[in-house]
Design a protein around this ligand. Structure first.
Ligand code: BG6
Length: 457
């Protein structure tokens, strides 16, 4: 008998550029993703799985699978084509229909407001989130979406994998086009995204009593590569910078002392302005959500005193070869998943919500036989069990469990060969084929798991 609450959320999670297509239709402006050329190994983002033209087929499948939540993204450039100008009513109408379609099927919508796809005009003109003008434009877009939809959308996320804006990927995902990539620039980008998150959070809390906003992290579980004190210290420093610094903002409205000390010692200019402290204080979140796929080891042997913990991942990350892994080297570690849920809850006391989890697999459909994705079933089974352990044995409060891309979508490296779905989408990287949906073996397994509220796994 599981103790998961009756209103526990089970569902799917996606981004707009990985699902919608319709990149130049319905008044949409260009985002930085729309102009990334396809390579031999990767597709472009122009079609994705074509939800712009038909989302009903996929919503029906989600309902059939027993889902009661879908986390999707509102694309900024679909709604404000150049990022800071006129609103595109056609784009807003598209999301309004999607939300209605979900509610009609008994599926609670969760909206994410930014998933790496900066409107191109703002990237080119202002260098993305390096500029406060872009922060203001993003807050304006976000508040308008909340005004329009909060009567129907009660769960909001601002930045997908927000802590990535504090690591080496920050420049690519923040719409940064040119510069020196100094620590001051990195910290400024991060600080600006935090200001945006906190202003939006405050806006929600001031205006709507029944609307919830969550912080969202990319959470890999990181273990020391050896028992040595230096490896342990490196892991702690890494977590302090990449996890706790942001969660401290979500839960307590301030940055970590360790990070602020680093800023002072290294004379980093993070564009801290008068009034920012107040914005952070007022920007508390209601829950902490995160993506989790795998665990890694951190080997401190190459890390020096001069290296910033923001870059430890690049310098010292290794795979734990004793764990099973997929073709891309992503380990399977459900214990790491339980550790994260329990640690976050124990430290912050806020409800925790894993909103991305899954395993990428290479799969080919012959057009007739069901794809036997037992590896995926085993992966989710172990992770749902770990979540239940975190609730039943560690006493955590968990709001739900969302799988990533449970209807196949291109992976974030735009490669259609790395699939996460319980439903196969019949397209390749360059060959769109017929885009038909075909249930894999895991579809029935998910259906039982979700409909039994996690009991039959
Ligand atoms: C998360 C992102 O990092 O992981 C998604 O939010 C991404 O956009 C997902 O698709 C899985 O990563 P990948 O590279 O396997 O697609």
């Amino acid at each position: 008998m599981t103790t998961l609450k009756d209103n526990f959320f089970w569902g799917n999670s996606t981004s707009s550029m990985q699902t919608e297509g319709g990149w130049n239709e319905g008044g949409k402006g260009l985002s930085v993703y729309d102009v990334r050329p396809a390579t031999e190994k990767t597709t472009d983002w122009h079609v994705a799985i074509d939800n712009f033209h038909d989302f009903d087929t996929d919503l029906d499948l989600m309902k059939e699978m027993g889902m009661n939540m879908y986390r999707f993204q509102i694309s900024w450039s679909r709604v404000v084509p150049n990022g800071d100008g006129e609103f595109n009513e056609g784009g807003i109408e598209f999301y309004s229909r999607l939300i209605d379609g979900l509610i009609r099927r008994g599926i609670e919508p969760m909206v994410c407001l930014y998933h790496f796809d900066m409107p191109l005009a703002l990237a080119e003109k202002y260098n993305g989130f390096l500029s406060r003008h872009v922060v203001d434009a993003f807050v304006r877009f976000s508040e308008e979406m909340i005004r329009r939809f909060s009567n129907r959308v009660k769960y909001w996320i601002v930045f997908n994998e927000h802590n990535l804006y504090f690591g080496p990927e920050a420049y690519t995902i923040a719409g940064y086009e040119s510069g020196e990539k100094t620590l001051s620039e990195l910290y400024t980008i991060f600080h600006h995204t935090v200001l945006a998150h906190c202003q939006i959070s405050d806006f929600i809390h001031q205006s709507y009593e029944d609307v919830r906003i969550g912080g969202m992290l990319a959470h890999t579980e990181v273990y020391p590569a050896s028992t040595s004190p230096v490896d342990n210290l490196a892991v702690r420093r890494f977590e302090e910078f990449l996890t706790y610094n942001l969660c401290d903002v979500y839960a307590w409205g301030h940055y970590s002392e360790a990070v602020l000390t680093f800023v002072k010692n290294h004379s980093i200019d993070m564009d801290w302005q008068e009034g920012d402290e107040k914005i952070l204080k007022r920007g508390i979140s209601d829950f902490i959500s995160f993506s989790y796929y795998r665990s890694c080891l951190l080997d401190a042997s190459k890390i020096t005193e001069n290296d910033s913990p923001n870059h430890y991942f690049e310098i010292g990350m290794k795979s734990d070869l004793s764990l099973p892994a997929n073709e891309w080297g992503w380990t399977v570690d459900s214990v790491g998943f339980r550790n994260i849920i329990s640690r976050l809850y124990s430290r912050y006391g806020l409800p925790v919500f894993p909103i991305e989890n899954g395993i990428g697999q290479r799969e080919n459909w012959d057009g007739i036989n069901t794809i036997q994705d037992d590896v995926r079933i085993e992966y989710h089974k172990a992770h749902i069990q770990a979540l239940k352990d975190a609730v039943e044995l560690d006493g955590t409060e968990v709001l739900g469990y969302l799988g990533w891309g449970l209807i196949d979508i291109p992976s974030s490296h735009a490669d259609m060969e790395k699939r996460y779905g319980a439903v196969y989408v019949n397209r390749g990287n360059h060959d769109l084929r017929d885009m038909k949906r075909a249930k894999k073996k895991s579809f029935g397994w998910f259906q039982r798991a979700f409909k039994s509220n996690g009991e039959k796994i």
